[in-house]
Design a protein around this ligand. Structure first.
Ligand code: AMP
Length: 236
């Protein structure tokens, strides 16, 4: 069975890119709470209007709203056989609620992607998303910035998925990035302690090239799945 996976790690650690890649390979949904909120902002819904003000400041949307969104999403039929959660949980309250939602649904595999802060700031400064569909095009922006891949510069202008214009995320400017990292350390880092003692917890070095991170991720998921089995956890 496909895993129920959550990705921890600071903004810019590569959670979204890796989550998307793994989810696509396994045919399970990638559920990104940041993407869900950006879609709500784009669509101009009530939740979107309220979330935009909070997101633009780099702060966290309330636990109640986020838990409601995720509970509803995880009940959809496509998520029953496994999923990759990206950007949730972000607080201990969210993690506790997720444990309750996941009761009788098999173990959560928890991956913590670790990247030094200086590298995060550099990545976030060059990250691009599609103005139209919201796809994260960070890797194109990085390719474009690399002198070894001049072709990447052309790719960096347009979204590979829909052809839309690539722009910087509103919350990727330096002041907001610093605030997001501060909030990460304060509210989200404690989650590592919350999960660390579980046999299904693994840390990954996210400062490596993306292909290497992807390979480590697959190996860690495999090992964590075995850990769940040998420690009497329920396999999904
Ligand atoms: P992300 O795309 O994961 O970096 O999320 C972008 C922004 O959406 C965050 O800075 C928060 O303002 C908001 N957000 C996303 N996920 C959550 C969450 N689980 N809890 C609270 N706020 C969130």
């Amino acid at each position: 069975m496909a895993p129920n996976l959550i990705m921890l790690g600071p903004p810019g650690a590569g959670k979204g890119t890796q989550a998307e890649r793994f989810a696509r390979g396994r045919g399970i949904p990638k559920i990104s709470t940041g993407d869900i909120l950006r879609e709500a902002v784009h669509a101009g819904t009530e939740i979107g209007r309220r979330a935009k003000l909070i997101m633009d400041r780099g702060e966290l949307v309330s636990d109640d709203v986020m838990i409601g969104i995720v509970r509803e999403r995880l009940e959809q039929p496509d998520a029953i056989g496994g999923f990759v959660l990206d950007g949730f949980p972000r607080t201990v309250t969210q993690a506790t609620a997720l444990d309750a939602i996941m009761e009788r649904r098999g173990p959560l595999i928890v991956l913590d992607i670790v990247v030094p802060e200086a590298e995060l700031v550099r990545r976030l400064a060059t990250r691009m998303i599609c103005e139209d569909c919201g796809a994260n095009a960070g890797r194109f922006a990085e390719a474009g910035a690399s002198s070894q891949n001049p072709a990447g510069q052309a790719d960096a202008l347009r979204c590979s998925r829909c052809g839309g214009r690539l722009v910087q995320r509103a919350d990727d400017n330096e002041a907001v990035v610093r605030e997001r990292l501060r909030i990460y350390r304060q509210a989200t880092q404690p989650l590592v302690d919350y999960y660390r003692t579980r046999p299904t917890f693994r840390s990954i070095d996210g400062a490596q090239p993306a292909d290497r991170v992807a390979a480590d991720l697959v190996a860690a998921i495999e090992a964590a799945g075995n850990g769940a089995g040998s420690h009497g956890g329920h396999r999904s």
